[in-house]
Design a protein around this ligand. Structure first.
Ligand SMILES: NC(=O)c1ccc[n+]([C@@H]2O[C@H](COP(=O)([O-])OP(=O)(O)OC[C@H]3O[C@@H](n4cnc5c(N)ncnc54)[C@H](O)[C@@H]3O)[C@@H](O)[C@H]2O)c1
Ligand SMILES: [Zn+2]
Length: 361
């Protein structure tokens, strides 16, 4: 399938989505980067699975390749790990023309992108996302970050990669839970922008869950296309990019409320989408059937992981901490119909509370 372009003037880049793509890393990166030295930033697990392929491919094109492994997981997406990476690049005498390639999930990509953006005020950066979630979301769009003082993604930058290489073959080693967390984002793209893809997910969910390679490839390609289009029009989230936040206002609040260790991101935004769908009905923005279709699909995908009862007031307060809340107001992304969303700023607290309570029934 042809690469997708993120159009940002001189910072434009392509997103390649292909089965077995990692073998071509060297030739694609060589055509874009003048670097002599390149760091492969990864985790032990991912490097063990896919690192050698990337290493060999880059070496064959004349790069001096330096693998550097960081500990796996969100708890390591912090300043300590960031400085380890920066220290290693300094030790290796990386210059301005060096390159950092992030091979891993969203954690590796976010941290790697941030390191690349600040080392010598910015070196070349390549994203090789290896989770379903990172291939459809985190890997593209140029948001980089680390967590700090218990606050997620609080330090970061907008820094676009030179290219994104999404090899769909790597998805075969993902856990079922990780696969589903990415699927939640794909369902989100359907709701915000593509009724046809949403219908396909409804009709062929089994095929997706069985990881049919052709199906995964097509879903990832289309999701990347939607994200690329939105980012091209609104890189810094002045308007449209907020659509991507559908289900995320409550999703982020729930993830934080449960200390990031009960719900995966996809499971949290599934509750967030159920909330947004019901709120849309309540506010008269869409028909009940539109909400039911969303909730049924998320349920069939196994995304509603049972949760203990939560404190509605505390979760509501966390919704205000969302980076997207402006001037003390929460921006709600709501549905008009499948494939069309709208932004609403003032929603009465009593309505929000009653829908939050319903989520627990
Ligand atoms: N920058 C953005 O726009 C953006 C968007 C969404 C999420 N994010 C960030 O992304 C992070 C979440 O990303 P994630 O879900 O990829 O988490 P992750 O990077 O922690 O990966 C999840 C797990 O999957 C494993 N894994 C990765 N690829 C694998 C493979 N091919 N086979 C087997 N196991 C594999 C990892 O080792 C890890 O244990 C969060 O930190 C979030 O803030 C960023
Ligand atoms: Zn998300």
């Amino acid at each position: 399938m042809k690469p997708i372009e993120v159009k940002l003037g001189s910072r434009s880049y392509k997103v390649h989505v292909e089965y077995g793509l990692l073998k071509k890393t060297g030739s694609i990166v060589r055509s874009l980067c003048s670097s002599e030295k390149i760091m492969i930033l990864s985790t032990p697990k991912i490097y063990c699975l896919y690192g050698q392929t990337v290493f060999d491919s880059l070496s064959s094109k004349g790069f001096k390749v330096y693998p550097f492994l960081i500990s796996d997981g969100e708890t390591h997406k912090n300043e300590k790990t960031l400085f380890k990476v920066l220290r290693e690049m300094t030790r290796l005498s990386f210059q301005r023309d060096a390159c950092l390639l992030a091979l891993g999930g969203g954690v590796t990509g976010d941290l790697g992108g941030f390191a690349a953006s600040i080392y010598m005020r910015g070196i070349q950066f390549v994203q090789c996302p290896t989770t379903f979630l990172a291939q459809v979301d985190a890997g593209i769009g140029g948001k980089t970050a680390i967590d700090f003082e218990g606050v997620k993604n609080i330090i970061g930058s907008f820094y676009q990669p030179k290219v994104v290489l999404a090899d769909t073959a790597v998805l075969k080693t993902l856990s079922d839970r990780q696969l589903k967390t990415g699927l939640a984002e794909v369902i989100k793209y359907g709701i915000i922008k593509d009724a046809t893809m949403f219908g396909r997910l409804e009709a062929q969910l089994e095929v997706v869950l069985r990881r049919n390679p052709k199906m995964l490839l097509q879903l990832i390609w289309r999701s990347c296309q939607i994200k690329a289009q939105i980012v091209s029009e609104d890189e810094r989230e002045g308007g449209k990019r907020a659509w991507l936040n559908y289900g995320h206002t409550l999703g982020h609040a729930l993830e934080a409320y449960f200390n990031y260790d009960v719900l995966t991101h996809g499971e949290a935004i599934a509750y967030g989408m159920m909330f947004a769908a019901r709120l849309s009905v309540q506010l008269g923005l869409c028909a009940e059937e539109v909400a039911d279709r969303q909730i049924n699909l998320l349920r069939k995908a196994g995304l509603f992981r049972p949760i203990r009862r939560f404190n509605v007031k505390k979760v509501y307060e966390k919704m205000f901490l969302d980076k997207k809340a402006k001037n003390g107001q929460i921006q709600f992304v709501l549905t008009r119909k499948i494939g069309l969303v709208t932004i609403q700023k003032s929603v009465p607290q009593s309505i929000v509370f009653s829908i939050l309570r319903q989520l627990q029934d």
